[in-house]
Structures are given as structure tokens and as C-alpha cells.
Design a protein around this ligand. Structure first.
Ligand code: SF4
Ligand code: SF4
Length: 349
């Protein structure tokens, strides 16, 4: 499957996606997200501090998952340069940020990935890496990634849409489930997911269609039972994440006739208790070319912090960032539905 960009698809343009997000409030009974926040006294949405730097080190990926909000794939060539990574390190050094969350694409395909991880660990910050598992087998030079992760005590976060091949492969591609299990076995072999090893392997579940996830706790128990009993693999926690109505999932919603009804579903499940814990309030997102965003989703919609005067990681201004207004639109309903959704799973426990 090609990325939307390689297909010259209209939804590869952030402007078209934003237009659709605006149109849905006119054509369906969707209250603009901004208005919803206003009625609850949460608008403008403000940060609570900056604890996490989430760095998207590139859109290149060995997979082309159907729901991917990054529109990543083997045909995407955007990769963060060493210079921009140095600027990220400098920002971590000077800002008091405690966690670096590396994402992509497949982050490991960035040629500077291992160097960057080593530098981050030397700074003493917590490092998380969003590994799609199959990248370990995409080339033999990646086969030793589990040992590398363990050596640097990186927290590994891996998507696994379901605990069987059928649902996983439908979303992520033929053979992905089997390769993911094989990768988990290698991670387990070096200590990941094992009690007392201190090496954390968390999995991410997202629905394989236009519906919301069931409860995280229940799903985690099911995943643990089946993956252990049937495949002899273990992990620490399961994060449930709501599919965002942007990019390739937006394309799916439109072509399957589910766009308006999905937005209505998200709106109906709006939970005010999630607003305090929205990840945009304590996280900064950096794109492959170094610009700053409120979150990875705003990044894909090209909603830059600073708007006309976009802010770059090399000019990090913490005073401005802590006072800024977070940019919101209808896609934000994806983060506030039910127990909430963030890169760390449910927001309300
Ligand atoms: S593995 Fe992740 S980044 Fe790559 S295509 Fe799938 S969802 Fe997108
Ligand atoms: S998409 Fe979610 S994390 Fe991003 S700005 Fe909206 S509410 Fe915040």
C-alpha cells in the first residue's frame, strides 16, 4: 500500500483535512470542540508545564498501516537530520524536560537513532521509543535492537492492534502479527516485560474500525492471558488509544461512510474529566524538520505552535510555551471520548 502522499491523495494535504473537520460541524450535529471547551470554562486550553518532549524523527516506516495518522511508509523520505537532533538534545539539556519520547515512522530507521538514544540516556532523562516490532526483522542490521534497547534501559512502546493475526494483519499488513510475536519473544529474552528486570514493554491497542475501545483494564487482562497462554509472550501494560479522524483513518471513515457518525460517537462520549490530563498540556511535539506542535496529531495537521511565527526547537522559548494557547479542532474529540486517549493510553483511571 502506498502512502496518501505517494498517491497524490487530497487527504495528504493538511489544509483539506482541516477543511473537512470544519465542514463536519456544519453538516452534522457536531459542536465545535472550541465551543464545547468554552461551555466548561476550559477555553483557551493552556499547558500545565512541559515534562515530555515527543520527537518525531521521521516518516519513513517499514509498514503502511491502514489507520496511520502520520501517513508513514517505505515511500516517505522525511528524516530528522543530525543537526536537528543536536538541537533537540540542547533543548532537553536546558529545559528540565524529564522524558524524551521517540516516535516516527519507525524511529530506528533514522540513521542517527542509536547515537541520539545514547546521548539522551547520558543526560539522565527517561527515554521511550515507539517501536513497531517488525522493524527488528526488516533488515539484519536491526536484529540486535532488543539488546540495544535493554543496554540503554529504554522503555519500549509497541502497537499491537489485537491478540490475533486476523485483526492485526488487516490493519497493519500480512504477516505483521507473527513477526510482532517473534519480536516480543526476543524482547522478553533480554528481560523486557519480566517482573524485576526494570525493562518495560508496553503495548498499544487501537480499534480496527469506526468504534471506540472498550475499557483498558479489561482489554489488558485479555491481551495478557491470550498472548501468554497461546504465544508465551509477556508485557507490562496495555494502552488503549482512540483512532483520530485524520490522515489515513479519515480516508477510511470517508470511504466507508462513517465520518459523521464517528465524530458524533466521539462527541457523545465527551468526558470533561479528561481535559485536565490531555497530553498536549504537558508534552511538546517536534517534527522531523524541527518545528514545534502541541501534539503529534496537530503536527500531522500542520498546526504549528506560533502559527504565523512558527517556533523551531532551536529557538525554544519556555516562557512563551508555558503561556501559549493550545490549538484545538474537532479531531480533539478523539482525546476526550470516554476515559480519554493519549500516547500513554487512557487519561482518566
Ligand atoms: S508502524 Fe506506526 S508509523 Fe509505521 S505505518 Fe504503522 S502506524 Fe504508521
Ligand atoms: S488532538 Fe488531543 S492532544 Fe492534540 S491538541 Fe487536541 S486534545 Fe490536545
Amino acid at each position: 500500500m502506498k502512502s496518501l502522499l505517494a498517491q497524490h491523495h487530497e487527504l495528504s494535504q493538511s489544509g483539506r483535512q482541516l477543511q473537512l473537520l470544519d465542514e463536519v460541524v456544519q453538516s452534522a450535529a457536531i459542536t465545535p470542540f472550541k465551543e464545547k471547551l468554552k461551555t466548561l470554562g476550559f477555553y483557551p486550553l493552556k499547558p500545565t508545564g512541559i515534562d515530555i518532549l515527543q520527537i518525531n524523527v521521521g516518516k519513513l516506516c517499514n509498514q503502511t498501516c491502514k489507520h496511520c495518522h502520520v501517513d508513514a511508509g517505505p515511500d516517505r523520505k522525511e528524516i530528522m537530520s543530525r543537526e536537528t537532533l543536536e538541537q533537540c538534545l540542547e533543548a532537553v539539556r536546558t529545559s528540565g524536560i524529564s522524558t524524551v519520547d521517540i516516535t516516527g515512522g519507525a524511529p530506528e530507521l533514522n540513521p542517527h537513532f542509536r547515537w541520539f538514544v545514547k546521548e539522551c540516556t547520558q543526560l539522565g532523562v527517561k527515554v521511550m521509543n515507539r517501536c513497531n516490532l517488525t522493524v527488528i526483522f526488516s533488515n539484519k542490521k536491526y536484529n540486535d535492537l532488543p539488546e540495544f534497547f535493554a543496554e540503554h534501559k529504554i522503555e519500549v512502546v509497541s502497537s499491537l492492534p489485537f491478540y490475533n493475526a486476523d485483526r492485526t494483519d488487516r490493519q497493519r499488513g500480512e504477516g505483521v502479527f507473527a513477526a510482532s510475536v517473534k519480536a516480543m519473544k526476543l524482547l522478553n529474552a533480554v528481560g523486557y516485560g519480566k517482573a524485576a528486570s526494570g525493562l518495560i514493554l508496553n503495548l498499544v491497542y487501537n480499534p480496527t474500525g469506526a468504534f471506540l475501545s472498550s475499557g483498558q483494564q479489561v482489554l489488558e487482562a485479555q491481551f495478557k492471558k491470550v498472548l501468554h497462554e497461546e504465544f508465551d509472550v509477556v508485557f507490562n501494560h496495555l494502552f488503549t488509544i482512540t483512532n483520530m479522524p485524520i490522515s489515513r483513518f479519515l480516508d477510511f471513515l470517508i470511504t466507508s461512510g462513517n465520518y459523521e457518525s464517528y465524530l458524533e460517537k466521539l462527541l457523545a462520549a465527551f468526558n470533561p474529566a479528561t481535559v485536565n490530563g490531555l497530553m498536549c498540556r504537558n508534552t511538546l511535539s517536534v517534527s522531523w524538520d524541527g518545528y514545534l506542535y502541541d501534539c503529534d496529531f496537530n503536527q500531522m495537521l500542520d498546526l504549528k505552535i506560533g502559527e504565523g511565527d512558527a517556533m523551531h526547537i532551536k529557538n525554544l522559548d519556555l516562557n512563551y510555551l508555558n503561556r501559549r494557547e493550545i490549538i484545538v479542532s474537532q479531531h480533539c474529540y478523539g482525546c476526550t471520548a470516554g476515559a480519554g486517549s493519549s500516547c500513554g493510553g487512557e487519561v482518566v483511571k
